[in-house]
Design a protein around this ligand. Structure first.
Ligand SMILES: NC(=O)c1ccc[n+]([C@@H]2O[C@H](COP(=O)([O-])OP(=O)(O)OC[C@H]3O[C@@H](n4cnc5c(N)ncnc54)[C@H](O)[C@@H]3O)[C@@H](O)[C@H]2O)c1
Length: 348
């Protein structure tokens, strides 16, 4: 079987295997990394219905004794109750330190599975098997894990790298169109921040999924290797997210993450020329529209400003926003929060 292997050297060194049909090879990919052990598969109800039995059969065929825990599909499942329920399940199954977790699903399962792995017995190995485009290009790589708490999204988490990522791009064929499109916003983001050639290829639809996922993963790998703990350059991955998070929050998460990021990227691109940087906003907006995104901002500048005041990227009186200097070249731009208020009033 043909697949791409991308190696990551972070606190832990691991491979990311990307290709069509990789799921069938999960046993042989896992074996050299984990050896003989028991496995606990965490998945959600949608992924379980589509691919749960295939996953369990492939593991059994490779000689693995595996158990499975299924959470309801959806962001609401990325919660403390499910974290505790899964940890209790692992204990009930008597998993030991030499056993491992497989997070099989989108970003919700990946984040919850990763956090559980970092906590259970003070840390067991885990494998990411992403099934959404977003999880493939973003959440399964880089070791950020989290759950949401009532005070906010992703407020409880850890940096904890997986031991392997197996990304079977065929599984994305069953994604609802809006969920696939959410992932496309992240793909366009990678092109904008660091790779003009990738960005150019995205004008031809449908794009070559395997090649594009692999390139996005390489970009994320390079960023994570420079700044695993998110104190500098990793902030570039937030292009469109500072404003996007504000829009998600204002909509009470009625606007999807990808749609919010698309709107946020356009706002950032419109702010850039006002800071003496380039003007690629019309070009970026046209590409996002080609993908079916509604790029309009449904909120007033003041509302966006108030919502982003609590953003994690705010330090003291300053806020760091990612702005394009050109297609494929974004920078972290620090400005006083008050200045951002004025800029937003000019572009929204
Ligand atoms: N850790 C990180 O670095 C990081 C980065 C970005 C996002 N995230 C997190 O990721 C989450 C969003 O991830 P997501 O968009 O993958 O959401 P998700 O995990 O909720 O998946 C979206 C939907 O797609 C369904 N699904 C998954 N795979 C499928 C398939 N192959 N076929 C059909 N349906 C399928 C799921 O059941 C769900 O209903 C958020 O919680 C976000 O905070 C984390």
């Amino acid at each position: 079987m043909q697949y791409n292997i991308i190696n990551v050297k972070a606190t832990k060194e691991y491979n990311i295997c990307i290709g069509r049909g990789v799921l069938a090879a999960i046993g042989e990919l896992v074996a050299p990394v984990l050896g003989k052990c028991r496995l606990a598969v965490l998945t959600d109800s949608n992924v379980d219905a589509l691919y749960g039995s295939a996953m369990m059969e492939h593991l059994a065929a490779a000689g693995y004794d595996a158990c499975k825990f299924v959470i309801p599909a959806g962001e609401a499942s990325k919660c403390a109750d499910n974290l505790l329920a899964f940890l209790n399940f692992l204990a009930g199954e008597q998993l030991t330190r030499s056993d491992a977790i497989i997070a099989f699903g989108g970003g919700v399962v990946g984040d919850l599975g990763g956090l559980s792995a970092s906590l259970y017995l003070r840390g067991v190995k885990y494998i990411q098997v992403p099934t959404t485009l977003l999880a493939a290009v973003d959440s399964s790589v880089g070791g950020k894990t989290a759950i949401d708490i009532p005070a906010g999204k992703n407020l409880v988490g850890s940096f904890y790298q997986p031991s392997l990522v197996c990304c079977d791009t065929v599984l994305m064929d069953t994604l609802p169109a809006e969920i696939y499109r959410d992932g496309c916003a992240e793909v366009i983001k990678y092109g904008m921040i660091l790779d003009a050639a990738l960005y150019d290829t995205l004008h031809t639809l449908p794009f070559d999924r395997e090649a594009v996922v692999a390139r996005c993963v390489e970009i994320k790998r390079d960023v994570v290797q420079q700044d695993e703990f998110d104190n500098g350059v990793r902030g570039l991955l937030n292009f469109g997210h500072t404003f996007g998070h504000a829009i998600e929050k204002l909509s009470n998460f009625g606007v999807s993450h990808g749609e919010a990021v698309a709107k946020g990227m356009v706002i950032a691109a419109r702010v850039a020329p006002l800071c003496g940087l380039c003007d690629v906003a019309d070009e970026l907006e046209a590409l996002l529209v080609q993908y079916g995104f509604d790029t309009s901002c449904p909120y007033a500048a003041n509302e966006i400003y108030d919502a982003l005041l609590s953003d994690k990227k705010r330090r003291g009186g300053n806020i760091s926003v990612v702005l394009p200097r050109a297609v494929g070249d974004c920078i972290l731009y620090d400005m006083p929060v008050e200045d951002l208020k004025e800029l937003l009033q000019k572009v929204i």
